[in-house]
Design a protein around this ligand. Structure first.
Ligand SMILES: [Zn+2]
Length: 317
């Protein structure tokens, strides 16, 4: 994906420039549509309807918590920021920019809480949001599963054709679900493919780790943005030559390599943050288009905060 809109910037990619989102129908990601004429400021409630159109809550996994975390549905929204994590730094960035709505991929409150006192980081986050009048909305596994979701965008950025879900959504269409598997137009070496993966992701300290023969040819590619080590059975069943995902721990990775046939699937382990960050410009553009079609005037930006928790890495040599 190439930068096309200055409203949508984020961590630099490995090619050096700020990353940007593509606006599929030619409108820009800010949601401004020159033809709209009398654009109107939507309420938060109207924003929720637009979000539901793109990433229905029914697509979320049953363990997940998605939807509105803080905010008044009647409040007007003129600025929306997208981010991966609802960290205090990200919330501060949204507040300083004047966003009335922050949409994050990861939930702030996934587990039950008995207090939101400002004595913990999550409590401080809740206070900052409410005191600044900034709503928070989570689009998590519903954003993973949807067409145009996290893994779809990753598959697209890698140039995969005919990408289909690794697991079809229980409550969705056949093209909705977790992970994607598709084919490169031509086979390439694992080394070259890993370089392609490295090139499309934002720069993070952890880089990209690869398990497999650098010269081995790969064409069928499975991907899962975020942590995907629960999908090895589906990856094997898909006959993928390589699996790109994040957070691969020793035992699942080691066991998957032991179970490999002809060395495949090879593994490419990337940053959880980076693999999901790719979705943000696409999500911003998609929401901008829906809002513009509805005659709403909203500015949309992608957070420039790098919330990958790792800062540097030591490697031999
Ligand atoms: Zn994630």
């Amino acid at each position: 994906m190439e930068p096309v809109d200055t409203d949508v910037t984020g961590p630099e990619n490995h090619d050096g420039g700020p990353r940007g989102g593509e606006a599929p129908s030619g409108k820009d990601a800010s949601g401004k549509n020159a033809a709209a004429g009398q654009a109107q400021v939507p309420t938060l409630g109207e924003m929720l309807l637009a979000v539901e159109e793109l990433w229905p809550e029914s697509l979320a996994e049953n363990w997940d918590e998605v939807g509105l975390v803080a905010g008044h549905p009647s409040a007007p929204v003129t600025r929306v920021m997208f981010a991966v994590d609802p960290t205090l730094e990200v919330i501060e960035e949204a507040v300083e920019w004047g966003a009335e709505l922050l949409i994050t991929h990861h939930p702030l409150l996934l587990k039950g809480v008995t207090s939101v006192a400002a004595t913990t980081p999550k409590g401080r986050a809740v206070h900052r949001l409410i005191e600044s009048g900034t709503a928070l909305l989570t689009v998590h596994t519903n954003g993973d599963s949807a067409v145009g979701g996290v893994s779809d965008v990753l598959a697209d950025a890698l140039g995969l054709q005919d990408a289909a879900p690794l697991t079809v959504a229980a409550n969705g269409l056949p093209e909705e679900g977790i992970g994607r598997v598709g084919d490169l137009p031509e086979a390439m070496s694992l080394g070259d493919f890993a370089a392609r993966v490295f090139g499309i992701l934002p720069s993070v300290a952890g880089g990209v780790r690869v398990s497999g023969d650098k010269d081995g040819l790969v064409r069928r590619i499975a991907v899962c943005g975020g942590a995907g080590d629960s999908l090895f059975n589906e990856v094997r069943a898909s006959n993928a030559d390589v699996y790109v995902t994040a957070d691969l721990r020793h035992h699942p990775a080691s066991e998957a390599r032991e179970a490999a046939h002809n060395g495949r699937p090879y593994l490419i382990d990337v940053s959880h943050f980076a693999s999901e960050w790719l979705w943000l410009p696409a999500a911003a553009a998609a929401l901008g288009n829906v809002l513009a079609d509805q005659g709403h005037d909203v500015e949309i930006q992608v957070s420039t905060t790098n919330s990958d928790p790792w800062d540097f890495i030591l490697t031999p040599g």
